[in-house]
Design a protein around this ligand. Structure first.
Ligand SMILES: C[S@@+](CC[C@H](N)C(=O)[O-])C[C@H]1O[C@@H](n2cnc3c(N)ncnc32)[C@H](O)[C@@H]1O
Length: 431
């Protein structure tokens, strides 16, 4: 496999790509490294490769001319990748794809990057090695070369090594141990010394599952899991962000379609469906708020029927869901109740089907931000009935979540659907 490394600092690659197994692969011809020094193609006495960006701003840019000449000097470029923080995230699947190529060209930027027109001239794919900014593309190129090359048949000696590692099966890898069996009182797990291959395999699978659940739960939706895996994960301790999340359905003050402040009646269906979401996602609680006496009485009667009355006898699952529901006059009452239970003042996030287009309005909250809040404090997520929450509720919150489907123009979900979708985006299956 041939890698063409296009850089203004080709000496950068000397040690990392000539050490260990990588060095051996280069020595025995499994991998060839073609260093393309861009500076060699620069004109003028100073051999300058960079210039100032049009439009101003700090830093310099790599110029087109030497870069184009450098790329044209490569006989067989194969797949062309440019290292860039704005590229597609590089991962194990891409490493595997690249390991099937004969030639890969890796273009390393420096300074503020490269004149954008290079992307119009060649079929270049941008790849990033992480959401951080490095000084140049060389370190990223080393990552790409090493991750792809080590998957080549013959690189590692044991062909199966690459299949058992982190990410190969969508899970993190299990831990490894070597001699001595005991070090400063720390013993190698008994099972690994037992010689029982079935047990060893099961232990390794379980440790992979545990590590992934603890450290990278975001990988689990993409991992292929057996029923045994799921049963194992189900009883593991989890970061249950749901416990910190409370939902409220506000029946007053909300708006009607003319933007006027109104009260909306309590409905049986909303209470049932939101209670079921609250219980399913393990939420801290669900508050239905209305200051109107007969509406409160109606809601209390429904609760009583499903938690203690005939409803609870007929459907104990529903009784469990309804045990999450409380009826209060207003959002302030719900806030005080959460404070009483947790000793912390909850952060308040409103929800709306519409973006706030007011001049100088703050950008809407993202689920990502609210998820971060949930890691540290209780959060009350407020949903409105009618045409949405009135300004006097919105103004008391810490922000409003970006509407669901904010990039499309039709957005008329029932509040029950909006609750289910929003809660799922915040908690998902793994938290
Ligand atoms: C200082 S960076 C340029 C950053 C650029 N102005 C920006 O904000 O996206 C210089 C070069 O380093 C490389 N680089 C920096 N961070 C990287 C990352 N996370 N992944 C891949 N390449 C990166 C790229 O080749 C980039 O052109």
């Amino acid at each position: 496999m041939n890698f063409h490394l296009v850089s203004i600092f080709p000496h950068f690659f000397e040690t990392p790509l000539h050490s260990g197994l990588m060095g051996k692969a280069v020595e025995n011809g499994l991998v060839s490294l073609d260093m393309v020094d861009v500076r060699r193609f620069a004109g003028g006495v100073h051999k300058s490769v960079d210039d100032r960006p049009f439009g101003g701003g700090p830093g310099m840019l790599l110029k087109l001319d030497p870069m184009v000449k450098a790329l044209d000097s490569i006989e067989s470029r194969g797949r062309m990748l440019m290292l860039s923080p704005r590229g597609k995230p590089f991962d194990q699947a891409m490493a595997r794809e690249l390991s099937r190529e004969d030639d890969v060209t890796l273009i390393c930027g420096r300074y503020e990057g490269i004149d954008e027109r290079l992307l119009d001239l060649y079929p270049i794919e941008l790849v990033s090695v992480g959401d951080f900014v490095l000084n140049g593309g060389e370190i990223g190129a080393v990552c790409v070369v090493e991750a792809a090359a080590r998957l080549l048949p013959g690189f590692m000696g044991h062909e199966e090594s690459g299949d058992e590692e982190s990410f190969s099966a969508g899970l993190l890898e299990y831990p490894h141990y070597t001699r001595p069996e005991e070090f400063n009182g720390l013993a190698v797990p008994e099972v690994l010394r037992s010689g029982d291959h079935g047990k060893i395999e099961q232990w390794r699978r379980e440790r992979s599952l545990t590590a992934t659940l603890e450290d990278r739960p975001d990988l689990l939706p993409g991992a292929s899991l057996t029923v045994e895996d799921i049963d194992f994960l189900r009883v593991r301790p989890r970061t249950r962000l749901g416990r910190n999340l409370y939902i409220a359905l506000c029946h007053y003050p909300v708006t009607n379609k003319f933007g006027e402040k109104v009260a909306v009646s309590v409905t049986n269906l909303d209470l049932h469906d939101m209670a079921r979401v609250a219980r399913t996602y393990g939420l801290g609680g669900f508050y239905a708020t209305t200051p109107i006496a007969d509406q409160k009485a109606l809601a209390e009667r429904l609760l009583e029927h499903w938690t203690q009355g005939a409803g609870s006898q007929a459907n104990p699952d529903r009784a469990e869901a309804f045990s999450t529901v409380k009826v209060f006059d207003d959002i302030e009452g719900a806030v005080l109740d959460i404070q009483r239970q947790t000793g912390q003042c909850p952060r308040l996030a409103a929800t709306s089907a519409r973006l706030d287009r007011g001049k100088g309005a703050d950008p809407a909250l993202t689920c990502f931000e609210v998820k971060k809040w949930l890691a540290n404090s209780p959060v009350l997520l407020i949903f409105g009935t009618g045409h949405g929450l009135a300004e006097e509720v919105l103004s008391k919150t810490d922000g409003t979540l970006r509407p669901i489907r904010y990039l499309d123009d039709y957005n008329h979900l029932s509040v029950r659907s909006a609750v289910a979708i929003t809660v799922d985006r915040l908690i998902a299956d793994e938290y």
